[in-house]
Design a protein around this ligand. Structure first.
Ligand code: MG
Length: 164
């Protein structure tokens, strides 16, 4: 059993994970519209991962006998100036998600809710990966700046995600 406060915080996080999925799908759509099929693949993989995160939180609430309550998902932005701006926003967004997850963990510590702290460990580790992969993409795109050939290769590299 989790407290009402913890259940509410996790329900809010479920909405944020679905928003993340939506944001990355919007990025995939814009990348595709700009002809970057590799980046579109990268964001589509990310879109699916975020839905997985939402469902993982939902399963935890169910296992704890708490009700999952969905809320409206904000409309994401639909256009970015280029791939670099897109990935910079993705990195900034992941840093925000990390901070939100840490806030829930702080609440769980205050409430001596050990089960929720254990469940959040997976997400805290996952956020390290999320920030690292977005950072890698930002670096690659920064290094490609000004070179169409390098940008083409970067897009090819992004297209490999989820295919190895
Ligand atoms: Mg997530």
């Amino acid at each position: 059993m989790v407290s009402k406060k913890v259940a509410q915080a996790i329900n809010t996080q479920i909405n944020r994970e679905f928003y993340s999925a939506f944001l990355y799908l919007a990025m995939a759509n814009d990348a595709m519209a700009k002809g970057f099929k590799g980046a579109a693949n990268w964001f589509t993989v990310q879109f699916k991962e975020e839905q997985g995160h939402a469902l993982k939180f939902a399963k935890y609430l169910e296992d704890q006998g708490a009700k999952v309550e969905l809320a409206a998902i904000d409309r994401p932005r639909t256009e970015w100036s280029d791939l670099l701006e897109m990935f910079q926003e993705a990195l900034g967004h992941e840093r925000k998600v990390t901070a939100w997850i840490c806030e829930i963990n702080t609440l769980a510590i205050e409430e001596r809710d050990y089960a929720t702290q254990n469940m959040l460990k997976w997400f805290i580790d996952e956020q390290v990966e999320e920030e690292a992969s977005a950072t890698d993409a930002v670096w690659m795109l920064e290094m490609s700046a000004g070179s169409k050939g390098a940008l083409f290769m970067a897009d090819k590299q992004l297209g490999k995600r989820g295919r190895s």
